[in-house]
Design a protein around this ligand. Structure first.
Ligand SMILES: [Cu+2]
Length: 68
């Protein structure tokens, strides 16, 4: 188990937080997602054997948010 953080631009409300959380939850290897609107950050607990950061990045950008 590893922790991966992502800095996300463009979230403005709890709806955005929910959208990002849901999208990241579906990425392979992701076991737990915490998204902070205040910090503009997602914290993921991941199974390193299955997780690919690129897939997480794509999940976020596909929702219409940017990575910093
Ligand atoms: Cu929003």
């Amino acid at each position: 188990m590893a922790v991966c953080t992502m800095n996300i631009e463009g979230m403005t409300c709890q709806h955005c937080v929910k959208a990002v959380t849901t999208a990241l939850s579906k990425v392979a290897g992701v076991q737990r997602v915490t998204v902070s609107l205040e910090k503009k950050q997602a914290t993921l607990e991941v199974d390193e054997a299955k997780f690919q950061r690129e897939a997480a990045r794509k999940a976020v950008t596909d929702e219409g948010y940017a990575l910093r």
